[in-house]
Design a protein around this ligand. Structure first.
Ligand code: 3H9
Length: 697
């Protein structure tokens, strides 16, 4: 008998229990165990009804993702589910936690389903570049109809138990919290009432109702917009449609073909890498699992600007009280007003209730006095990027905050050690770099200073999880990981335009790669004036900063989206960048002024220069230990800058291109472009010499 799946009998009920932590994934051992336990149940003459239930925190959460990309070992999941459905004895699935992917498909192979009210069900395969491949696309529509099945399968979103009941996916919801008891009670009822087997594959009424419906075409059209560049969502629609057009066995064959197409796609590999990278990033190299974590039950924020306000919302959203300190009442009122407006917008869109708006606002207190930080567990400074100002703030915090309070800076570039030097407790100082808009973007780049204690590092990583962010711990250098790489890409994008490309050509190459926006559209969003001010400050301080056509835009008050004109122009109420001939003229004049002869630039050159320069910089970042692993860099780019998860992050992408190809191009651009940042990273050279990839590090 398998150790991970057991069979036992209680009265008339034969109980099949899966116990395979952490999430009862359908590994080979579980699949084999399920078949063996089912056979035992069939043979057990005392068992009138069979119950499938899981131990631990959840029902089966899906196929074992770790087995993807390896040769499949029999029995495959579709065959296991088929055997369950073929059972002559009624089979009940009792669901708690999450029944996901192959887990829900296994439950759909059972004849009845009961779920705890706290449970959720879903077919999230699409998020891994797949489609449900064990009958989910054929069985779910037979229970829930075309619209619901398409919604669930193309988005991968989970559905709460009570909604699953309304959609016909489960037959009963149990309000208790003991899944075994709920399953036993339901199975007993089936036995007592002598209910027959009820195979989902034989249900036809929902199929008849939706056959030939326009809903499939509508989904395809909507996906063109929503799932730009993605492969599997369209295959999901094809597979669900097959349920309506083909008899069940042929529908299953069609599902299999489409599933295998997805399985072989590079997008599947990228998305599975992203899934594991995200989870791996939370396990910091060199930080023991049992590192003590400090309690963070109250937070202080300095600055009620866009960043400070967004950061405050993250804490209020999870019930943690926040005190925001500003210099002037007017700025404080404005900031609090914006937070309220953001919450009310969410309420209008139905994402939260009006009561939640009030509850969250009640957790946020404004103040003009640093003394109000004296009891808080964590303070996050979110004022503008100026070292002198930050040092002054940290010195004040040092004198006000209680011992053990964590003092964090949201700086996006500045030296954490220098900031920490303004205090007598550098071990409590850390960077917590949120990404704009801070209440939306999932990345939290936590920056360790040279003296930051392990306890503080572990705590800020735990805080990330608590506020539902993806935390990555990185080292201290100018721009840390994300902005240091972005800076290289920005310089290269600018150089490409100087040499003859148009901003829209550069941006299109980046959006074609899958970024939500290009470099110049991003500058317009961030504000052209921001970079201009920084360059001017440097120039005033006597540093040599090359002139740029972006300076000319700023001098013409073309600040970007906020002034309806920047690198692009914008129409009232729209964020869509529109190329502007006026800007082309400004660029052309700039080239003449600088004596630059414009040349034709290919999209391939743009792609290589914008991406390879980042990869080369990332190799230096790894070498310097600023990032611990290539996967940390991937996670930063996916969650902080919208790098397409289906390409697995820039490092995974680079591994697919081939590091030898990238090194050759880096060497070529070093001689052609000549700037210092094209100097090949020694680590890149070493990996190429050893025939290795970033993934091997
Ligand atoms: C599928 O089913 C295909 C079929 O249609 C067809 C087959 C033919 N496999 O997220 P957490 C690990 S595709 C292996 O931190 P949470 C995870 O790596 C699959 N491992 O916890 C982590 O390990 P570690 C469809 C898995 O409570 C640990 O479990 N299913 C799997 O925040 C805890 O995970 C999905 O896509 C897996 N399937 O969230 C579900 N799932 O501790 C994917 C998790 O070593 N999973 N692990 O880092 C999830 O959405 C979340 O993990 C879940 C729990 C909601 C279950």
């Amino acid at each position: 008998m398998s150790e991970v799946v057991t069979y036992s009998r209680e009265g008339k009920v034969g109980v099949i229990t899966v116990d395979y932590p952490p999430v009862n994934a359908l590994s080979h051992a579980v699949r084999t165990g399920l078949v063996a336990a089912l056979e035992q149940g069939q043979k057990d003459s005392e068992a009138k009804v069979l119950l499938l239930v899981c131990a631990g925190r959840t029902f089966i959460a899906g196929a074992d993702i770790r087995e993807f990309g390896k040769p499949m070992q029999e029995p495959g999941l579709p065959a296991v589910v088929e055997q369950f459905e073929n059972s002559d004895k009624p089979l009940v699935a009792a669901i708690h936690g999450t029944a996901l992917g192959g887990g829900l498909e296994t439950a759909l192979g059972c004849h009845y389903r009961v779920a705890l009210s706290s449970a959720k069900v879903g077919l999230p395969e699409v998020k891994l570049g797949l489609l449900p491949g064990a009958g989910g696309t054929q069985r779910l529509p037979r229970l829930a109809g075309a619209q619901k099945a398409l919604e669930m399968i193309t988005t991968g979103e989970f559905v709460a138990a009570k909604d699953a009941l309304a959609f016909g996916i489960v037959d009963a919801v149990d309000e208790g919290n003991d899944v075994k008891a709920a399953g036993m009670a339901y199975a007993q009822k089936i036995a007592d009432e002598g209910k027959p087997v009820r195979r989902v594959r034989d249900l036809t009424d929902k199929l008849a109702a939706d056959k030939g419906s326009e809903v499939f075409e509508q989904f395809r059209v909507a996906l063109e917009k929503k799932a730009r560049g993605l492969f599997s969502p369209f295959k999901c629609v094809d597979a669900v449609e097959a349920a309506f057009n083909l008899p069940f066995p042929e529908g299953m064959k069609r599902e299999r073909e489409l599933f295998m197409e997805c399985m072989g796609s590079p997008q599947r590999a990228g998305l599975v890498h992203s899934f594991f990278a995200e989870r791996q990033a939370s396990k910091v190299k060199g930080l023991p699992k049992d590192t003590p974590v400090r309690d963070v039950n109250s937070v202080g924020i300095i600055g009620a600007g866009t960043m400070g306000g967004g950061i405050a919302m993250n804490f209020a959203n999870v019930g943690i009280p926040v005190t925001i300190v500003e210099m002037k009442q007017e700025a404080l009122d404005k900031g609090l007003g914006i937070i309220r407006k953001n919450y009310e917008n969410s309420a209008r869109k139905g994402r939260i209730t009006q009561k939640q708006v009030e509850d969250r606002m009640a957790l946020i207190t404004g103040s003009l006095n640093y003394d109000d930080f004296k009891d808080v567990d964590l303070v996050i400074e979110a004022v503008f990027e100026n070292m002198a100002v930050k040092k002054e703030i940290f010195a004040k915090l040092d004198s006000v905050c209680k011992p053990g309070a964590i003092l964090a800076s949201n700086t996006s570039t500045l030296d954490i050690d220098e900031i920490a030097s303004a205090t007598k407790r550098p071990e409590d100082v850390v960077g917590m770099h949120f990404f704009s808009p801070a209440n939306v973007m999932r990345l939290l780049e936590n920056v360790r200073g040279s003296k930051t204690s392990d306890e503080v590092k572990a705590t800020v990583m735990a805080v990330a999880k608590k506020i539902k962010k993806v935390g990555v711990l990185v080292g201290n250098c100018h721009g840390f990981v994300g902005n240091r790489m972005l800076h290289r890409r920005g310089a290269e994008a600018l150089a490409l335009v100087n040499e003859g490309a148009t901003p829209q050509q550069v941006d299109k190459v980046l959006t074609d790669l899958g970024y939500p926006m290009g470099q110049f559209a991003m500058s317009d969003l961030a504000g052209i004036d921001v970079g201009y001010r920084i360059r001017e400050e440097l120039r005033n301080a006597g540093e040599k900063v090359a002139p740029s056509w972006l300076d000319k835009l700023a001098e013409l008050n073309r600040f970007g989206q906020k002034s309806m004109a920047g690198v692009y122009k914008y129409e009232e109420g729209s964020r869509k960048p529109i190329p502007d001939p006026e800007v082309e003229r400004i660029i052309e004049d700039f080239r003449k002024e600088q004596g630059i002869a414009s040349r034709e630039i290919t999209d391939q050159e743009i792609l290589e220069r914008c991406m390879y320069v980042m990869v080369n910089e990332a190799a230096k970042i790894l070498e310097e230990g600023i990032a611990d692993r290539a996967l940390d860099i991937d996670v930063i780019w996916i969650y902080g800058y919208g790098f397409p998860a289906y390409r697995g992050g820039p490092m995974f992408w680079a591994d697919q291109i081939g590091l030898d190809v990238i090194l050759a191009a880096v060497e070529k651009y070093r001689s052609e472009v000549g700037t210092e940042h094209w100097e090949p990273a020694p680590l890149l050279k070493q990996l190429v010499a050893e025939g290795k990839r970033f993934g091997d590090l």
